[in-house]
Design a protein around this ligand. Structure first.
Ligand code: AGP
Length: 611
């Protein structure tokens, strides 16, 4: 899941490419590179590591060109180094290419090309593409045709762009599986993996779909399929602002996004609740409400944090709609030939809307005729465009790799969809709906209160920052939270952490507990409070270090736990919204104290666009 950016126009493309790459760096930051046409020849500059290192290198070279491509890499094939960085060029350096995705049959293609005497410099799958294209130009085809013919032979996924010094008036771009957008300007045009890289320059966006190829000139844009069928493309006006994707004075995007949650939750709720009627309005589901209400089973499919939100959704749907609900890891669901019935409804949850595992599961489910609904944050993303219907989470751009505000927004949308369904099925009375909706309406204030535990959590983090392992425990709605708390700590502090149902401890994990093991309990006064206290006593008996999230004013747990963090009281179903905050802050402060790169944790990327 690399980041791609391109420019053709009249301005010097170098600063445009570098700023675009910086905006895309959350997609991958192993190495970076740019390619330009300079005096009728191609010039490539690339570097191992962050975009800032490439920028320093370019400053000393003082290059100028009005056409160029930039790439920031998340390695799949070939270690992170300068050779494997993109762009890759052909042997006479007249064509260069950048690629996001995986070429699954690259070994076969490479062998064939080596048979024709082609030499390869890198270990990447992507380099095969530029030599394949070259082989068609050598047979007299122009660049566009050569790219089309090359892609006829390719299996796998790609978002790619190609430039030739022999046709320096155009950029060729093509998409299959990996996102690509084109930005339309005045006498200039742009290309990128997502809009954040180019919104500083234009709000006129064209989304490329799978199987499409685009010819981008400075004052012209044409698109067709890789099999040469002409297509009309719609230009979308996007609303995202630059401010929304700036750190706004916070030390990290993750901290900014944690602190934004009262507002992002209000945005997820806005215009969707009619309190007086005890009603929920979800325009995105209007066309499918009947099919959804008659669905015999709901399957929720996602990855990572979105999967944890899905697990909360399962508890909600079974509690309020009494519909059998299952939660599936998309990467497993996709390949185990799942049993999907025509009257199943399948929810696909994804912040980025581009996660390849979830997208592949969606296409599988669609092929089997189920109703497929999306819960996405990124507007216009592939999952949003390919589902039958859906609901946007409206959390605003999430840049920090560790998902925070998208998680609480996903739970908000799941609850709204659940209440929408429950009321359409008559499972909840108007009064019951009003009670839950008014409590939901008050959650942003309760989150503001939970954010005030920040200073306290800093002190706890100071005590626990050197721990080598952590266990997170919860019951009921606290179980998915335990999983999410553990994931947050793992992905940004690199401490091994495990989340599990508190009741499962005595069946094995309790063997891990000793005086060095911090155990985080989601111990709010919910349905299974008493049972959870017994689990806490089991850990205490083994000298585990107990950190407990407790309901304000709970004095009982204070006597047992080593550290307590108080959260405002609310309904059991809404507790995950408030309890997420201290879990996010604990992970943040521990990672900060350990000197970790919080917004760009090692080995991770924000949008996982390869399976
Ligand atoms: C969460 O912090 C991680 N970034 C990761 O687990 C993420 O939730 C997962 O990759 C799914 O991403 P999506 O919501 O964009 O599909």
């Amino acid at each position: 899941m690399c980041g791609i950016v391109g420019y053709i126009g009249e301005r010097n493309c170098i600063p445009i490419l570098i700023n675009g790459l910086k905006r895309l760096e959350y997609r991958g930051y192993d190495s970076a590179g740019i390619g330009i046409v300079d005096d009728d020849s191609c010039l490539i500059v690339k570097n191992k590591g962050k975009v800032s290192l490439l920028e320093d290198k370019l400053e000393s070279l003082d290059l100028k060109s009005s056409i160029g491509l930039g790439h920031t890499r998340w390695a799949t094939h070939g270690i992170p180094n300068e050779i494997n960085a993109h762009p890759h060029s052909n042997e006479d350096n007249s064509i260069f290419l950048i690629h996001n995705g995986i070429i699954e049959n690259y070994q076969v293609l490479k062998k064939g090309l080596m048979g024709f005497g082609y030499k390869f410099l890198s270990e990447t799958d992507s380099e095969v593409l530029v030599h394949l294209i070259d082989s068609f130009t050598k047979r007299g085809h122009n660049l566009t045709k050569s790219v089309q013919l090359a892609l006829h032979e390719v299996e796998g996924t790609y978002g790619l762009a190609v430039i030739s010094s022999k046709e320096p008036d155009k950029i060729i771009a093509a998409r299959k599986g990996s996102p690509l957008v084109v930005g339309i300007g005045e006498n200039e045009n742009f290309l990128a993996s997502d809009v954040s890289a180019i919104i500083a320059h234009t709000k006129q966006i064209i989304y490329l779909e799978d199987g499409e190829i685009a010819v981008i000139k400075k004052d012209e844009f044409t698109a067709k399929t890789i099999y040469d069928n002409a297509i009309e493309k719609e230009v979308h006006e996007i609303s995202m602002t630059l401010e929304e994707i700036d750190r706004g004075g916070y030390a990290h995007f993750m901290l900014k996004e944690i602190m934004e949650q009262p507002e992002s939750l209000r945005n997820s709720i806005r215009g969707r609740i009619i309190q007086s009627e005890g009603d929920v309005v979800l325009g995105g589901l209007t066309d499918v409400v009947e099919k959804l209400a008659n669905s015999k089973r709901i399957i929720i499919t996602a990855c990572g944090t979105s999967w944890h939100a899905g697990l909360v959704g399962e508890y909600m749907l079974e509690q309020f709609c009494r519909i059998p609900t299952e939660v599936e890891y998309a990467s497993e669901f996709r390949y185990r030939n799942p049993i999907i019935e025509k009257d199943d409804a399948i929810f696909f949850i994804s912040q980025s809307g581009e996660t390849a595992d979830t997208l592949a599961a969606l296409r599988e489910a669609k092929m089997k005729g189920a109703l497929v609904l999306g819960i996405c944050n990124a507007v216009g993303s592939s999952i949003a465009r390919e589902t039958n219907a859906g609901v946007y989470t409206h959390a605003g751009p999430e840049i920090g790799v560790a998902s925070t505000k998208a998680f609480t927004a996903q739970m908000t949308v799941l609850l709204l969809m659940c209440l929408f369904l429950a009321s359409s099925k008559g499972e909840l009375s108007k009064k019951q709906m009003q009670d839950i909706l008014s409590e939901l309406d008050g959650i942003p204030e309760k989150i503001e209160k939970a954010l005030k535990t920040n200073e306290e959590i800093k002190k706890i983090a100071l005590k626990l920052k050197d721990a080598e392992n952590f266990i997170y425990l919860g019951r009921g709605y606290g179980f998915p939270l335990a999983l999410e708390g553990a994931l947050k700590l793992k992905e940004i502090s690199y401490i091994h952490a495990e989340g599990c149902p508190a009741g499962e401890m005595k069946h094995g994990p309790i063997a891990l507990v000793d005086e060095n093991m911090p155990v985080v309990f989601i111990a709010n006064k919910g349905n299974s409070y008493e049972k959870l206290i017994s689990n806490m006593m089991e850990v205490k008996a083994r000298k585990g270090i107990i950190i407990a999230l407790i309901t304000e004013g709970d004095t009982h747990v204070k006597e047992i736990a080593d550290f307590v963090i108080e959260i405002p009281e609310t309904l059991d179903v809404l507790m995950p919204f408030v309890a997420s905050i201290p879990l996010q802050l604990l992970a943040y402060h521990i990672a900060l104290l350990r000197g970790c790169d919080i917004d760009k944790p090692r080995n991770l990327a924000k949008s996982v666009t390869v399976e």
